[in-house]
Design a binder for this molecule. Structure first.
Ligand code: HEC
Length: 216
C-alpha cells in the first residue's frame, strides 16, 4: 500500500524527488540535487519496487518537474527565463489532432472527466484511463463532489466561444498544461499519454459542444 501511494503521487508529478529510482543515470542526476539526501535516496532505492505496470522508473522526473521541485524546495521563485524556456519546450511538443478535428463525443467526454481510475499497479495494462477532471474542476451543474484546485470550467465555451484559437488553446492546455505554466498542477494528459487522442477529443467536446451539460 505504501508503495502504491508513493507511485501514485509521483505519477502526478507532485513528489519532491529527483532521480531516486536507483539506476546509475538517475543516481547521478540526484547527485547535484540539493534536496535528495542520501538517506532519502536510500529509502527509495530499498523500499520501493516495480509492481504491475507501476514501475519505479515513474519516479524519474522530467526537466520541468525537477526544476519546479527544486525552486519549491529552495523557497525561491523560478527565474522567469527558465520558466519561459520550459513552457516553450512543452508548447513545441504539443501534438494537435492529425485530422484537424478537435471535437469528439461529449457523452464519452463526461465519463472520462468523471473517471479517476487508471495507471495503477492493479489495473490491466491497456485499459483506458480516466481524466479525473471533476476532482480538480467545477465542470457541470448539480454535482457537489467537484474540486476547486483548478479554475471553474462550467459554461466554458458559452463564456469564451469556440473559435479556432480557443480550440487550439484548450487542446494544448489539456495536452500539456506545462506549456502555459511550467509548474502547473494539472496532469499533462497528452504528453504523458494518460489519455488517447480520441479521449482528448471527447473531453474537448465536453467543454466545447453547445449540447454538452457544461454549456447548458
Ligand atoms: C490535479 C488537478 C487537475 C486535474 C485532474 C485537471 N486539471 Fe485542469 N487545471 C488544473 C489547474 C490547477 C489549472 C490552472 C492552470 C495551471 O495552474 O496551470 C487547470 C487549468 C485547466 C484549463 C485552462 C482553464 C483556463 O481558464 O484557461 C482547462 C481547459 C482544463 N484545466 C481542463 C481540464 C480537463 C479537461 C481535465 C480532465 C481531462 C483537467 N483539466 C484535469 C488542475 C487540474
Amino acid at each position: 500500500m505504501k508503495t502504491f501511494a508513493f507511485l501514485a503521487s509521483a505519477a502526478l508529478g507532485a513528489a519532491v524527488l529527483a532521480g531516486c529510482a536507483g539506476d546509475q543515470q538517475t543516481a547521478s542526476a540526484a547527485a547535484g540535487n540539493p534536496f535528495a539526501t542520501p538517506s532519502f535516496r536510500g529509502i527509495v532505492q530499498h523500499d520501493f519496487a516495480d509492481k504491475g505496470q507501476a514501475k519505479v522508473s515513474r519516479l524519474k522526473q522530467t526537466q520541468a518537474q525537477y526544476e519546479c521541485s527544486k525552486y519549491d524546495y529552495l523557497g525561491k521563485p523560478m527565474p522567469e527565463a527558465l520558466a519561459k524556456s520550459l513552457e516553450a519546450k512543452a508548447q513545441a511538443a504539443v501534438v494537435y489532432p492529425a485530422d484537424g478535428k478537435y471535437l469528439g463525443d461529449w457523452k464519452a467526454g463526461l465519463k472520462i472527466a468523471e473517471n479517476g481510475k487508471g495507471m495503477q499497479w492493479s489495473d490491466k495494462p491497456g485499459t483506458p484511463n480516466g481524466g479525473n477532471c471533476l476532482a480538480c474542476h467545477h465542470v457541470i451543474a448539480n454535482d457537489p463532489s467537484q474540486g476547486n484546485i483548478g479554475p471553474d470550467l462550467y459554461h466554458y465555451a458559452k463564456l469564451r466561444g469556440s473559435s479556432e484559437a480557443m480550440l487550439k488553446y484548450t487542446w494544448a492546455r489539456i495536452y500539456d498544461s506545462g506549456a502555459f505554466n511550467a509548474c502547473s498542477y494539472m496532469p499533462p494528459f497528452g504528453a504523458h499519454k494518460i489519455l488517447t487522442q480520441q479521449q482528448l477529443k471527447d473531453v474537448m467536446a465536453l467543454l466545447m459542444d453547445p449540447h454538452s451539460p457544461v454549456n447548458q
